[in-house]
Design a protein around this ligand. Structure first.
Ligand code: SAH
Ligand code: SF4
Ligand code: F3S
Length: 496
């Protein structure tokens, strides 16, 4: 093992402390229930309620936390009233996410009052990384806080709480040489998130992520390939999402690259689809663009955040590229893979954004022809450089600009989506939804568009969950797309 430290198991999100006992489980002969012992403490079956905010990275971390906690006899519940432990996995990227978390945490005071010692409350994630110490001081009903790099120590922390330790907050960074981490999947679906790089070194002037997620650290290609092959063979995984704050920086410290990783994953038999997120345009290499044309299993969708169409705003954001460079990348990508579908992130109302600068972003939307966008009004964040910039814009102007931009994009999107009608797409069915009183199946295309469809008329009872099906698009608007069922391939495609 590459990064074994003092004989302890290497993990990517914090080493477990050597002095805390390990979990041992057995079946109670009287009740037949599973009991876990950790040192002198007994853990009967308990329930945990978790609330997750933020990006896919956080949702993935939540899965990892739940997987650890299952070893401590916790199972997840959707009913907060039934919970023995409540955990928040927080996001700090915009004030809105922040505020939601603070109000949820505040509301929990009543439940804690009612349940007393029988309820443990913890806060993890990006807010806890920077504010954890203040949080435990300020909120009486909060038992502990933990940052983003100590997730693999969750059972040790829970042990400390049940052992009666004082309130605590842990936000240390894992300083081992490599980032080595095995994926844990607890949801039983064919889709898995795979962490390939953590942290971010880009320091865009508006962004708090480098402060909440630390420095960039990549896993090794051979470890990831082994990890994915294992998930495909033993856990039925067919689709992977390679995750990181800036996956285009992947492997820099080891002379490896995302382009090489994607090519190395290709030969895994039974793996059908590879997606990755999120990218930074600065690191979008020619090799990677070429891979979009030749890697058969790579998704035809790419999310490439541009943030603004104005060169001067991009400079103030420290994005390190111009709108021309960005549009040049899109051109190369479309040449490499004519099927590619592109999406982006936009921030409107960066400090002192002028009307002309804002207009440049609308122009970029015209030039780029995105399939969809995520757009946000700028929100000043503690620790960031832009929060210290003088700013004459008002929230009203930001709101107005955001609403207009969203409407503008919908006009563009509608025309792009209309081109889908009549075409056939293969999708992995991932659930059902109710639409105008009808229950329809839904699935995501390779290029990341959701299509809703009815089962064939004579087979309305057919269970299509996690089937690969072919659908012909019958209608498409800017936001939703309907299809007609053509055929199913069952639950496995088994592409070589
Ligand atoms: N690592 C990713 C995602 C970062 S956060 C990336 O680099 O693209 C996701 C999005 O939130 C960003 O792309 C940006 O559009 C938005 N965002 C980040 N900080 C923000 C802020 N202070 N105000 C408004 N939006 C912000
Ligand atoms: Fe934030 Fe920029 Fe890093 Fe993305 S690349 S996480 S926006 S600092
Ligand atoms: Fe939010 Fe942290 Fe993700 S700040 S966007 S949860 S990395």
């Amino acid at each position: 093992m590459q990064n074994q430290v003092d004989g302890h198991t290497p993990t990517g999100l914090g080493l477990r402390s050597p002095e805390i006992p390990k979990e041992r489980s057995f079946i109670d002969p009287d009740s037949g229930e599973k009991i876990v012992k950790m040192g002198e403490l007994t853990f009967p079956p308990r329930k945990v309620w978790m609330k997750t905010y933020g990006c896919q990275m956080n949702y993935h971390d939540t899965q990892r936390i739940l997987s650890h906690l299952s070893e401590l006899n916790f199972s997840a519940t959707d009913e907060v009233e039934d919970a023995d432990m409540v955990l928040f996995n927080t996001c700090a990227v915009r004030d809105l996410a922040n505020q939601k978390f603070y109000s949820h945490l505040g509301e929990l005071k009543h439940l804690k009052k009612k349940k007393g010692e029988n309820l443990v409350v913890g806060v993890g994630g990006c807010v806890a990384q920077t504010e954890g110490k203040d949080l435990v001081k300020k909120y009486e009903h909060l038992d502990f806080a933990f940052g983003t790099d100590v997730i693999d120590q969750i059972n040790d922390m829970v042990f400390r709480v049940y052992a009666g330790d004082d309130k605590f907050s842990i936000n240390s960074w894992d300083r081992s040489n490599d980032f080595s981490i095995e994926t844990k999947v607890v949801h039983g679906t064919p889709q898995a998130f795979i962490n390939i790089i953590k942290g971010c070194n880009k320091y865009c002037t508006y962004c708090i992520v480098p402060y909440t997620r630390g420095k960039e650290r990549s896993r090794r290609i051979d470890e990831i390939v082994r990890d994915v092959a294992r998930l495909v063979e033993y856990q039925g995984i067919q689709e992977v999402m390679l995750l990181g704050q800036n996956v285009n920086s992947f492997g820099k410290e080891h002379d490896e690259s995302l382009a090489e990783l994607i090519m190395a994953l290709g030969p895994i038999k039974g793996l059908e689809l590879i997606r990755y997120t999120t990218s930074h345009p600065y690191d979008m290499s020619d090799d990677l663009i070429e891979v979009h044309g030749k890697a058969k299993k790579l998704s035809n969708h790419l999310h490439l955040p541009v943030q603004s169409g104005s060169a001067s705003v991009l400079q103030r954001m420290n994005r390190q590229y111009t709108p021309e460079h960005y549009l040049g990348l899109l051109e190369k990508l479309r040449k490499s893979n004519p099927e590619i579908v592109l999406s982006t992130d936009i921030i409107v109302g960066f400090p002192n954004e002028t009307q002309e600068e804002y207009q440049k972003t609308l122009d970029l939307l015209d030039a780029a022809q995105f399939d969809f966008i995520y757009s946000y009004a700028y929100s000043p964040r503690k620790y960031t450089r832009s929060a210290r910039m003088e700013d004459f814009l008002t929230d009203d102007i930001r709101g107005e600009r955001l609403r207009y931009l969203q409407k503008y994009q919908l006009g563009i999107q509608e025309k792009i989506r209309a081109k889908m009608v009549g075409k056939t797409f293969r999708v992995l069915v991932d659930g059902q939804s109710k639409m105008k009183g009808q229950t329809k199946w839904k699935g995501r295309t390779n290029c990341n568009r959701i299509i809703h469809f009815l089962p064939p008329e004579d087979q309305s009872e057919l269970d299509l969950q996690w089937n690969w099906v072919d659908l012909k698009v019958t209608s498409a608007t800017a936001l939703s797309c309907q299809g007609e069922f053509l055929q199913t391939y069952g639950k496995r495609l088994n592409t070589l």
